[in-house]
Ligand binder design. Structure first.
Ligand code: TXA
Ligand code: MG
Length: 323
């Protein structure tokens, strides 16, 4: 039988770790006041200890308690986009333990737009620290079944909230120093944010010096258990034809492409309603391709506009290229 919100809240209050749905991806939650539970999140995921967690809130007053000297722009953005897929990084208050922020003096906060997540945090009456509910380096789960596959048996419970509507992780913007910086693209785009933050900078990728603007940027991410190849639309047919001749189990996913059928093609999803629908299902297709034993997965990329920025970022990392 599936877990109820009230049962999940009890497990969390007792210092447990419970996975829950959000509109972006599923998260693995623990209450901030239990250092043991927060440490368990890192252990269960195999997450590097220098990669901080996002704190999930259900009210602006919780945001106020967690942060110190948050700029006016933070409240403007929160009022406009919360609940929603936007994470704000601000200086942290003493209420936030260093275990959650990996020792940083800033904290990342967001209010998820999912009825189950909001009901859970309201029931708890306290915020929930949660990274995505996958093993470190792997694609983020966007359905209950994905979490079972990733973490089943290693967590105290999993709440089912159906398929995540966005399907890619939240936009992360750092407001703790000037100018504000976009650390991770998501469905709230840089263009939209510039309406509120005219001097927004897009953080460069990892520099050779090794100093990453956000701890998460230096770790490997989003990779399924197969080789992922990015295909620009104009390369799609040639790439499918070339890999179609090789002795590998091939998979292909695209927004809208003609299928090049070859004997080794074991998995194909090539028609989606639009870019947002395609982005929503990207990680689901990763998990499905794995189940089919795909060894090489060709993935059509999206144009660099709207959700396309986030999609391209995740695809680039899933394919292993850092450039
Ligand atoms: O959509 C999401 O954001 C999902 C759902 C569950 O809310 N969560 C998520 O968490 O994607 P996670 O841990 O997989 O990614 C959090 C990102 C990491 O790249 C981390 O480095 C960054 O946020 N981050 C967290 N705290 C930070 C801080 N204080 N300063 C800079 N980056 C931070
Ligand atoms: Mg993650």
């Amino acid at each position: 039988m599936k877990l109820r919100v009230s049962e999940a809240a009890k497990l969390l209050q007792a210092g447990g770790v419970v996975a829950f749905p959000t509109e972006t991806v599923y998260g693995l939650g623990a209450v901030l006041r239990s250092p043991r539970a927060v440490r368990r999140i890192f252990a269960v995921k195999g997450r590097p200890s220098d990669n901080p967690l996002i704190v999930h809130v259900s009210s602006l007053s919780q945001f106020r308690l967690l942060t110190r000297n948050a700029p006016a722009s933070a409240f403007r953005l929160a009022r406009k986009f919360w609940p929603g897929p936007l994470t704000l990084v601000c200086r942290k208050s003493r209420k936030v333990p260093g275990t959650v922020t990996a020792g940083l003096n800033t904290v990342a906060v967001r209010m998820p737009n999912h009825p189950v997540a909001l009901a859970l945090i309201r029931k708890l009456k306290e915020p929930l620290a949660a990274p995505s509910a996958n093993r470190s380096g792997r694609p983020s789960p966007t359905r209950y079944g994905h979490v079972v596959r990733e973490l089943g048996g290693r967590v105290d419970g999993i709440l089912d909230g159906g398929a995540s509507k966005v399907g890619l992780e939240s936009t992360v913007v750092d407001l703790s120093s000037r100018p504000p910086r976009l650390l991770r693209p998501g469905s709230v785009s840089a263009e939209t944010l510039r309406g509120y933050l005219p001097d927004l900078e897009v953080a460069g990728r990892l520099k050779k010096s090794g100093a990453a603007p956000s701890p998460g940027m230096k770790h490997r991410h989003y990779r399924p258990d197969c080789r992922v190849l990015e295909a620009a639309p104009e390369n799609w047919e040639a790439l499918c034809a070339r890999w179609g001749k090789k002795a590998v189990k091939l998979g292909a996913i695209a927004c809208r492409r003609r299928l090049v059928r070859t004997p080794n093609l074991v998995f194909a999803k090539i028609s989606h309603k639009n870019g947002a629908d395609y982005a929503r299902k990207l990680y689901h297709h990763f998990y499905e391709a794995e189940k089919k034993g795909v060894q090489v997965l060709i993935v059509e990329t999206l144009p660099a506009r709207g959700i396309g920025h986030a999609f391209r970022d995740r695809l680039r990392r899933a394919s292993g290229s850092r450039g």
